[in-house]
Design a protein around this ligand. Sequence first.
Ligand SMILES: [Zn+2]
Length: 61
Amino acid sequence: MRYVEKPTPAAKTSTEGFKVTCDHCGETKTKKRPAKYCSDTCRNRAWKEKQGQKADVPTNI
Ligand SMILES: [Zn+2]
C-alpha cells in the first residue's frame, strides 16, 4: 500500500474582489477585476483629460 501525499489545497480565501483606488477621483472601490479607475465614467474622464493635454499643441502661426 502506497500512501500518496496530496498537496494541500490552497486555502479558500474570501476573494470578494480587488481593491481599486481610482486614478481619477481617488475613491477606493472593490471590483471583480483589477482596474485603474473606479468606474467607466472616471476612466473616460481621465482619458479625455489625457487627450486634452495631448491636444494642447500650439497652433501654427
Ligand atoms: Zn473614480
